[in-house]
Design a binder for this molecule. Structure first.
Ligand SMILES: NC(=O)c1ccc[n+]([C@@H]2O[C@H](COP(=O)([O-])OP(=O)(O)OC[C@H]3O[C@@H](n4cnc5c(N)ncnc54)[C@H](OP(=O)(O)O)[C@@H]3O)[C@@H](O)[C@H]2O)c1
Length: 307
């Protein structure tokens, strides 16, 4: 048994949630996956099967249910934005009690929404850098050589964050706690949004976008950085561009992969949230507005469709 065994629920055992659930279970923690009937049945019968260059190929036994029925140390929220509202009914606030609510979603608006529903000082937003895909219910392919987690939560007791970060770190990913929630969330948003919006808009990989649509990429990065700064986040457009230039040319964004597969896009959580923040702070964002408008109607307007 692991020294400090935690009980962790995972709402949405997909690319991110399935990987973390399997790693935590393998490390000796008790894991309860919360999913729809069909996926819960598959998980109970077959466990979670992970294929990962970094963590190995393995099957992890997990508990599975359609709803949280007992308090847990933490509930990881790993559904997509498009399924967030519909899925939260599976985690009643009264049952969760003192447990941490740890959303791994991209975007910047969900922590406030979760704090209306759960104890605000128990909502601990996380940022994850990973490429992991649910190829079938309970079958997860982790493709990136990295898996990095920043845990945050300004009002959350530091000891609670440290305990969970240590459990995640021991289980495999590089996990730590960052002091400033706004900086952490906007750092991810600033990197992700221009890449996601443009690769999806043109159906091109990063390598093509950064050469053939360089001016637009620069404009989006500049606007996003200005919005981030206005919101109290970091804002260095040159840094973001340099990072894009360092990535392999064939890289695709997950929004682009969702578009290719005909799934609902997290457009509202990324582009929509950017534009709402820009308007709130009076920051001009004409290129972002145009690209979001062009994407809306290509699948991106279905922001609230459960997947
Ligand atoms: N995947 C990545 O590499 C990655 C990297 C960084 C950040 N993110 C962010 O992490 C979040 C999750 O992305 P993801 O790629 O892990 O998504 P995903 O693979 O689509 O997984 C989502 C999971 O949610 C489940 N789900 C959907 N509706 C549900 C409901 N009503 N009740 C319970 N479960 C429900 C799905 O169940 P079924 O299996 O039954 O369909 C699926 O297992 C997103 O915000 C994404 O932007 C992802």
């Amino acid at each position: 048994m692991v020294a400090n065994e935690l009980t962790v629920a995972v709402l949405g055992p997909g690319g991110v949630g399935g990987l973390l659930a399997a790693l935590l279970s393998r490390a000796g923690h008790r894991v309860i996956c919360l999913a729809g009937d069909e996926t819960a049945t598959v998980l109970r019968e077959n466990g979670l099967q992970v294929r990962s260059g970094r963590f190995g190929d393995f099957t992890a036994r997990v508990e599975a249910d359609t709803e949280l029925r007992e308090p847990v140390d933490a509930c990881l929220i790993t559904v997509k934005h498009t399924a967030l509202d519909a899925s939260l009914g599976r985690v009643p606030a009264a049952v969760l009690g003192d447990g941490l609510v740890v959303p791994f979603l991209n975007g910047v608006e969900h922590p406030a929404a979760l704090r209306l529903r759960y104890r605000p000082d128990r909502v601990a937003p996380a940022v994850i850098r990973v490429e992991s895909t649910r190829v079938a219910p309970g079958v997860i392919e982790h493709g990136s050589p990295f898996a990095e987690i920043d845990l945050t939560g300004d009002p959350v007791p530091r000891g609670r964050l440290d305990t969970l970060a240590a459990a995640l770190d021991d289980a495999g990913p590089d996990a730590g706690v960052l002091d400033d929630e706004t900086t952490a969330l906007w750092a991810k948003m600033s990197f992700l949004a221009p890449l996601a919006l443009l690769t999806t808009r043109y159906g091109l990989s990063l390598g093509d976008v950064r050469t053939t649509h360089r001016d637009e990429l620069t404009a989006l990065v500049t606007e996003t950085a200005a919005i981030s700064r206005a919101c109290g986040g970091p804002g260095g457009p040159a840094q973001a561009l340099a990072r894009y230039d360092a990535f392999p040319p064939g890289m695709k964004s997950s929004m682009q992969r969702d578009a290719e597969a005909g799934r609902a896009l997290e457009l509202d959580a990324i582009g929509g949230a950017l534009l709402r923040a820009a308007e709130h702070h009076g920051v001009p964002a004409p290129v972002t507005a145009r690209v979001v408008r062009e994407l809306t109607g290509t699948g991106g307007s279905g922001g609230e469709t459960p997947e």
